[in-house]
Design a protein around this ligand. Sequence first.
Ligand code: GLU
Length: 389
Amino acid sequence: MTTNERLGLEDCRRIVIKIGSALLVDRKTGLKKAWLEAMCDDIAQLAAKGVEVLVVSSGAIAMGRTVLDLPSGALKLEESQAAAAVGQISLARAWSESLSRHDIVAGQILLTLGDTEERRRYLNARATISQLMKLKAIPVINENDTVATSEIRYGDNDRLAARVATMVGADMLVLLSDIDGLYTAPPHLDPEARFLDFIPAITPEIEAMAGGAASELSRGGMRTKIDAGKIATSAGCAMIIASGKVYNPLASIAKGVRHSLFAPSPEPVTARKTWIAGQLLPAGRLVIDEGAERALHTGKSLLPAGVRDIEGDFSRGDTVAILSLDGREIARGLAGYDAQEARQIAGKKSAEIADILGYSGRAAMVHRDDMVMTATRQTRSKTKDKIDA
Ligand code: GLU
């Protein structure tokens, strides 16, 4: 995909649209009904053209806060869980009513991190979502904030939406919030910041451009949007970041209003590898030397000899992150050994494994079929210039 070959939303087969809290909920007056209805007009138009649409809607906590009249400022975990319990009911009803104006049925799906990270639950959630789509109902998805605790939650719907997009094999993810796209630097801080309308690949330079900013109502800033982009594009799904601060934001994108488009990876990884790459909580980390890093970039397996350090307590088959000596994540993969055995054979030649472990194990610490690169090859000098500048 190049700048000239933009995929129109109408040409997509399946689109996931993520809607930020601030677009749907006003802190004082609650639901922005007119905006939601205009949004549903856009969705109905796409649906009428045969595009399958899934919605990831934030706003439960913001809505619950307004209904319960909670003071502004950060909420404690229990407070946001309670606010979400109250707000999610109104949010789901609002979607269902607004879509029904177009004779479209909505189905609510509340997911937790475990539902996308544990393979069995992932397959189960995916089956329910596909069944809804078969029945021509539009899934309206949110994190199940009332039961998600801080260690085991997404916390932001950008990455959740990207996970959903890969789960259903969507070809487009649209992130609508109060940010109209990616800039070379935070535009409110740097007058020289340039807007990027097309991002062919998420390189370390692009990642460095994402600041950490988030507005009061939403949790995700540009950082989580870029993380979402990595999850989506590596699975072959394009991503758009656009402002939702207008009525009919999808129709506006079609008319050419400014937005950032991230191209899908030209070599999307298989569904299984997509699942590995998108794991949010790897069970351990393997730090590898430069020789092994080069080997990985040429498509080789990770051998014990190249492993310098091992962190975490993982079992064989768990997902581990593979890091360079300077701490950059290079790849993710399924561990070929339990952590304890991996520690015994780290740095050793494959021929020595049998003597050390007492049985002849696998030659690879992480086999290439179970591994997916999560970083492009580092262009050291450019990144350094960026940091120095
Ligand atoms: N799940 C949260 C909610 O519905 C929103 C998370 C986010 O802002 O990304 O309130």
